[in-house]
Design a protein. Structure first.
Length: 59
């Protein structure tokens, strides 16, 4: 998670861009980038965003 922005709103934008452009699921993104899914979701959930698998984005 070192390359990911620390600010939750910037993180949201970065993650959603990756999901839109390169990954078909959050699991694939986390596996490929060696990111702990629980930690990522915890940070974004803490800012009020939830992962929506049906659209493959955080909202």
């Amino acid at each position: 998670m070192e390359d990911m922005p620390k600010d939750p709103f910037m993180m949201l934008s970065w993650v959603n861009m990756k999901l839109r452009d390169r990954y078909d699921s959050l699991d694939l993104l986390c596996e490929d980038l060696d990111i702990d899914r629980n930690e990522l979701e915890g940070k974004l959930n803490g800012a009020g965003f939830d992962y929506m698998p049906e659209i493959n984005q955080f909202r």
